[in-house]
Design a protein around this ligand. Structure first.
Ligand code: G4P
Length: 290
């Protein structure tokens, strides 16, 4: 779903998430594994404060596995556990479920000691649009029924879904905004599909994609499009023109740009990660270890 963010909407989203936080034990922050930094809400730490938190790098199937492995390590610390999954895959959900259980075992142990034997850990999903929050919730709660009845700390219209004896999940995710003030973040969100197509020029995004591919996945273009490897060089506008012509699209650069963007999003050009672990030190992000 596309959301146009204005200051009023951001304040409202923040308030909504914060009001639900009281009722949850752990926050699952969903990000896109192809852009572990660009798909983060810039105020997340401030919003969730010291609430227990798991980072789910979703769409693992589309991301570079070597990069993903390194990102999972870099984003994990004593308080935060990162995990990469493909939400469309049932076997990944099983792995996730076990990781969640391990990560929250101490909460269960604490409750057990207090004699709270039938308490379930309450989970809430949050993240920016299009990272796969709904897909994740649907898959994680497959065949489970929402619990009826009122419970404190739940916004009207929301329900807890009982996963099993250990976990309950809020059925609607908290939706937060992406970082806007950075052109590169915007370009990465557009290329991966995190921002809807009416908000940018296709050829700009295709050129951005070509440049990134040439840099990090230099073989991908000649491998997937009718062009010789030695012709895959900057300047990028010329490269797009050549590709357009070779694709048989004459001078329809928009259509060629569309095709490149779509192929990238669907993973047809290979599994690619745009936020690079080797550039970790460039992200002045407090959740990334240096
Ligand atoms: P949101 O609630 O965070 O806004 O995201 P949503 O679940 O709607 O997912 C956004 C898009 O990402 C959907 O594709 C969804 O199928 C896809 N997606 C979610 N998780 C994964 C994953 O782990 N791997 C892959 N490859 N894709 C994932 P769409 O094109 O908008 O719709 P459709 O293709 O499902 O029809």
């Amino acid at each position: 779903a596309h959301i146009q963010w204005y200051p009023g909407h951001m304040a409202k989203a923040k308030k909504e998430v914060q009001s639900q936080l009281n009722a949850v034990d752990i926050v699952l922050e969903i990000r896109d594994a192809r852009i572990p930094m660009a798909s983060k809400n810039p105020m997340l730490d401030e919003i969730i404060k010291n609430k227990r938190h798991m980072i789910v790098l979703n769409k693992k199937d589309l991301a570079d596995p070597v990069q993903t492995k390194a990102w999972v390590e870099a984003l994990s610390n004593e308080n935060t556990q990162a995990i990469a999954i493909d939400s469309k895959k049932l076997s990944d959900m099983k792995i996730f479920r076990q990781a969640l259980k391990d990560f929250t075992q101490d909460i269960q142990d604490k409750w057990q000691k207090k004699g709270l034997l039938h308490k379930s850990i309450r989970i809430m999903v949050i993240g920016i649009p299009n990272v796969g929050k709904s897909t994740f919730i649907n898959q994680f709660t497959k065949h489970k029924k929402a619990q009826v009845g009122n419970k404190p700390g739940v916004t009207k219209g929301q329900q807890w879904i009982k996963i099993d004896k250990d976990f309950e999940l809020l059925d609607t995710p908290g939706i937060l905004w992406p970082k806007f003030d950075d052109q590169e973040v915007g370009d990465k969100l557009a290329l991966t599909g995190g921002i809807k197509d009416t908000h940018y020029y296709k050829d700009d995004i295709a050129l951005f994609g070509l440049e990134l591919m040439l840099h990090y996945y230099p073989d991908a273009i000649a491998k997937n499009y009718p062009i010789a490897a030695e012709e895959v060089t900057p300047p990028y506008p010329e490269l797009l023109m050549k590709l357009t012509k070779n694709m048989g699209l004459l001078e329809d650069y928009d259509r060629a740009a569309d095709r490149i963007i779509r192929d990238f999003r669907e993973g047809k050009l290979g599994r690619m990660t745009l936020d690079r672990i080797e550039e970790l030190s460039l992200y002045t992000d407090d959740d990334a270890k240096t």
